[in-house]
Design a protein around this ligand. Structure first.
Ligand code: SF4
Length: 360
C-alpha cells in the first residue's frame, strides 16, 4: 500500500479519535459493551438506521440476553423477534453461530479468524466484534468507512469492487492504533453516519478530516459506484382464504429462497384470470368462493419488485394443507413471523374482519 496514504491516515488519526470521544452518540450497545451486545447490534445495524435499531435491540436483548439463550431459541420465536428487520437469514445465522461458538469455543471467540469462521460473520462483522469487544487491531470496513475514505482520497475507482474494499482494509490494517482499535473503527463509522453522510452534502466544516481531505470540494462525486441494475418486477395474486369464524389461512414459505420459512399466503402468478381462482382452489383442496380484490401492495426487495393484489376467497369448508394454518388474527400476530411484504394484507384483512363483525 502506498506510503503516502498511510501517512495521510496517520496524520488525522488522533484528531479523528478525539472527535469520536467527544461527539459519539450515546447508544445502548456503547453504554454497556460486551461481545454479545456488540455482535447483535452490528448485525442489526447492517439492515437499518441506528434510530430504528434501538427498539429492536432492546427487545432482542430482553428476550435473549446471552449466547446461551440465543443458541437454544425456537426458530419461529427468533423470526418473530426479527420481524420488521428483514433479511431473516441473518437471524438464522445468529443462532447457528451461537450454537457453533458455544460448541467450539465455549463462547464467542476473541480473535478475528475464529470469528470469521462462524456462520454470518463476514470480514466486517468479525472485524467489528474483534476490535470493539476484544480490542484486536483489525479493521471493520462498512459502507460508511468506504464513503469516508473514498472522499478523503478522492478515489475514482469503482467502490463496489472487492479490490477496492481490500485496498482500504490493507491500509487500515497498517494504520489502526493498537491501543484503541475499537474507538478508531467506530470513529470512522460514526463520521460516515453523522458527518460524511450518505444522502446529501456532508458537513465538512465540522469534520476532523477536513484539512487533508482531497474530495472536500466535490464530495458527492465519491464513492464512485457502478450503475445499478434494474430490478425485475413480478406480479402475484395473494390468496386470502378466510372463513366466517374470522380465521385466515396462512402458509409457511419454503425453507430456501426469498422469505424462507416465514409465514405468508398462497400466491399465484398475477396474470391468472380471476375466473379460474375458484376451480384452482378446488383442485388445491381449498374449495372457496371468490369475493373480490381487497387491496394492492408493491413490495420492493433489493433485487426485485413484487406487485401484489390481495384476493378475498371465502372458504366453503375448513381445511389447511401441509405447512398451512387457519388461525384468527390475534394468533397470527402473536405467534407467526409474517414478513413486511405480506403485512399490508394482514392489516387490510383485519379491517375487513372488523367490518364483517368477525371475532378476530
Ligand atoms: S471533509 Fe467532508 S468530504 Fe472530506 S471526509 Fe470530511 S465530511 Fe467527508
Amino acid at each position: 500500500m502506498n506510503r503516502e496514504k498511510e501517512a495521510a491516515v496517520l496524520s488525522v488519526r488522533d484528531a479523528l479519535i478525539k472527535w469520536y470521544q467527544r461527539e459519539k452518540r450515546r447508544l445502548p450497545w456503547r453504554e454497556e459493551v460486551s461481545p454479545y451486545r456488540v455482535w447483535i447490534s452490528e448485525v442489526m445495524l447492517q439492515q437499518t438506521r441506528v434510530e430504528a435499531v434501538i427498539p429492536y435491540f432492546h427487545r432482542f436483548l430482553k428476550a435473549l440476553p446471552d449466547l446461551d439463550a440465543l443458541a437454544k431459541v425456537d426458530d419461529d420465536f427468533l423470526r418473530k423477534l426479527w420481524q420488521g428487520l428483514g433479511y431473516y437469514n441473518r437471524a438464522a445465522n445468529l443462532k447457528k453461530a451461537a450454537v457453533l461458538a458455544k460448541e467450539r469455543y465455549g463462547g464467542l471467540p476473541s480473535d478475528y479468524e475464529s470469528l470469521l469462521s462462524l456462520p454470518g460473520f463476514g470480514e466486517y462483522t468479525a472485524g467489528a466484534v474483534a476490535s470493539i469487544a476484544f480490542g484486536q487491531p483489525v479493521p471493520a470496513v462498512d459502507g460508511n468507512v468506504i464513503r469516508v475514505l473514498s472522499r478523503f482520497f478522492a478515489d475514482e475507482e469503482n467502490s463496489a469492487s472487492s479490490a477496492f474494499r481490500k485496498k482500504y482494509r490493507r491500509l487500515l490494517l497498517e494504520t489502526i492504533p493498537h491501543d484503541v482499535p475499537g474507538a478508531f473503527n467506530q470513529a470512522l463509522m460514526e463520521l460516515g453516519a453523522t458527518v460524511c453522510i450518505p444522502n446529501g452534502a456532508p458537513h465538512c466544516d465540522c469534520c476532523p478530516l477536513k484539512e487533508g481531505c482531497l474530495g472536500r470540494e466535490t464530495p458527492l462525486s465519491y464513492p464512485v459506484k457502478p450503475e445499478k441494475k434494474e430490478k425485475t418486477t413480478e406480479s402475484y395474486l395473494v390468496l386470502l382464504y378466510y372463513n366466517r369464524k374470522g380465521q385466515l389461512l396462512i402458509r409457511r414459505r419454503p425453507e430456501k429462497g426469498l422469505l424462507a420459512s416465514l409465514w405468508g399466503f398462497p400466491m399465484v402468478p398475477g396474470d391468472t384470470p380471476l375466473a379460474f381462482l375458484e376451480s384452482w382452489s378446488e383442485e388445491n383442496g381449498k374449495p372457496a368462493s371468490f369475493r373480490g380484490i381487497l387491496c394492492r401492495h408493491r413490495h420492493i426487495f433489493t433485487h426485485k419488485i413484487w406487485e401484489m393484489s390481495g384476493v378475498l376467497m371465502e372458504l366453503k369448508e375448513d381445511g389447511a394443507g401441509e405447512n398451512e394454518v387457519l388461525a384468527n388474527f390475534s394468533d397470527i400476530q402473536t405467534g407467526y413471523p409474517v414478513p413486511s411484504a405480506f403485512a399490508p394484507f394482514l392489516k387490510e384483512t383485519e379491517s375487513f374482519f372488523v367490518h364483517k363483525k368477525f371475532t378476530i
